[in-house]
Design a protein around this ligand. Structure first.
Ligand code: FMN
Length: 312
């Protein structure tokens, strides 16, 4: 097929709306893979991004897990970083002013040992200059034997209800893929007042060093991310899109414009790039350009028209 020139076609409208959180384009970066943007700012113009979901915040600073934290796998990686971060107070005082010097939305990713901790953070952030709170429900629930909040429908209902009450900010709830029925969880999250759903967080995985006969990661298992999880993530975005009306921020293995298109056709209104940033700090630029070219090629005048536009 002869190569077509799309450079002259009109620029599509890239703006998308996540139910009150307006983004200048659908490209964001995923929590825990972009720090607070500082390291990447040396490589890429952060103004390209429509939003950054910052490193997972906790009430108090955390050192993270001991031992090896990252393992490469075929088509992805396993991590057990353990939420190393400077704490929510430090973030408010020192990182928000830096991020505000860029034209992007700030999403504060919050993590708690208990529901009370989640609520305290949501309250603190209500008065801070952030655009949205992303409630990460993949954390272990200390009062419930360490089982992740996001795997038990009754606990999901409780945590979302209480965080919703604790803050007036735009609220994204980030789902764990390590569940039997993702639609059931999504419906609960919507019913409890979330403005938006993000998914997927990492899948539980394990790798073993056969020469030492020990798991690579000190804790045994870790979170699998990268291209290996993409088909699971696309399926889950599709399922959630069929189950709820609130918008979806999709992620899991996205590294190209085509990947972003796939997620949007499955039902995502915007996407986040995670693991791909480690291999290529320019990944968000590449994804934005690829998505724009696709929209022009297939005559979409607006990015939002791609969402759920699947022919089945
Ligand atoms: C090293 C690492 C750290 C992460 N930390 C967080 C975190 O703090 N909070 C969170 O909600 N998700 C965290 N995630 C999950 C990502 O935000 C994302 O949901 C997941 O990796 C899937 O996207 P990807 O395959 O593009 O990386 C982390 C992922 C990685 C690889």
């Amino acid at each position: 097929m002869p190569k077509q020139d799309f450079s002259t076609s009109t620029q599509p409208d890239m703006c998308v709306d996540l139910n009150g959180l307006t983004l200048k384009n659908p490209i964001t970066v995923a929590s825990g893979t972009y720090g607070f943007g500082r390291e990447y700012a040396e490589w890429i113009d952060l103004n390209i991004l429509s939003a950054i979901s910052v490193k997972g915040l906790t009430l108090e600073p955390r050192e993270g897990n001991e031992g090896r934290r990252i393992v490469e796998t075929p088509m992805g990686m396993l991590n057990s970083v353990g939420l190393q971060n400077p704490g929510v107070h430090y973030f408010i005082e020192n990182e928000i002013p830096f991020l505000r010097s860029y034209d992007l939305k700030i999403i504060a990713n919050i993590n708690g040992n208990t529901i009370e901790e989640y609520c305290q953070m949501a309250e603190l952030l209500s008065d801070a200059d952030v655009d949205s709170i992303e409630l990460n429900i993949s954390c272990p629930n200390v009062k419930n034997g360490g089982l992740a909040f996001g795997t038990n429908p009754a606990v999901v209902q409780d945590v979302v209800k209480r965080v919703r009450k604790a803050s007036k900010k735009h609220l994204i709830v980030k789902l764990s893929p390590n569940v039997t029925d993702i639609k059931e969880i999504a419906r609960i999250v919507e019913a409890e007042g979330a403005d938006c759903i993000s998914l997927i967080n990492t899948l539980s995985g394990m790798g073993i060093d056969i020469y030492k006969r020990k798991p690579f990661l000190k804790r045994g298992n870790g979170g699998l991310s990268g291209p290996a999880v993409k088909p699971i993530a696309v399926r889950m975005v599709y399922d959630v899109h069929s189950a709820v009306k609130i918008p979806i921020l999709g992620m899991g293995g996205i590294s190209t414009g085509e990947d972003a298109v796939e997620f949007m056709l499955a039902g995502a209104s915007a996407i986040a790039i995670g693991t791909a940033n480690f291999a290529n700090p320019l990944a968000p630029k590449k994804v934005l350009e690829g998505l724009t070219q696709y929209l022009k090629q297939y005559h979409y005048d607006a990015a939002k028209k791609l969402t759920g536009d699947l022919r089945i």
